[in-house]
Design a protein around this ligand. Structure first.
Ligand SMILES: [Zn+2]
Ligand SMILES: [Zn+2]
Length: 128
């Protein structure tokens, strides 16, 4: 089985994911723009049972638009938000695609919050 490893910038916090992801989802919402400091985020969703986090982390929980929360885990040293637990999908965990670096699972299979997309951003979505 394929195993991929994601890690924060400083290397103290890492995530191991087994198998192929359920979904790779780009998000253009303002909260994701602010969290990443970039124009959009890309979440690699796995079943929670397939993902193991190793190292120290802190949590920031924010309300989502549905009224349910999303709990982000980030490295206390370098601040990288490496994974998050969406309350609306209790069996899912999102891992930040950039933390996989060259171990990436591939292109986004969907994009959400298109209404907030910067107009210069064009993504090659590859639906499965
Ligand atoms: Zn770190
Ligand atoms: Zn978002």
């Amino acid at each position: 089985m394929t195993t991929r490893t994601a890690r924060c910038v400083c290397g103290a916090l890492s995530v191991t994911a087994e198998g192929e992801p359920l979904k790779v989802s780009a998000c253009h919402c303002h909260a994701c723009q602010r969290r990443t400091g970039s124009a959009f985020s890309v979440a690699v969703f796995y079943d929670r049972d397939r993902v193991t986090m190793t190292g120290p982390s802190q949590t920031f929980t924010r309300p989502g638009d549905s009224g349910q929360t999303v709990a982000f885990h980030f490295c206390p040293t370098c601040g990288t938000s490496i994974l998050w637990y969406p309350q609306f999908r209790p069996q899912w965990v999102g891992v930040a695609i950039g933390c996989f670096a060259d171990d990436s699972p591939g292109a986004p299979t969907q994009a959400v919050y298109e209404q907030f997309r910067h107009d210069w951003v064009t993504l090659a979505i590859q639906p499965r």
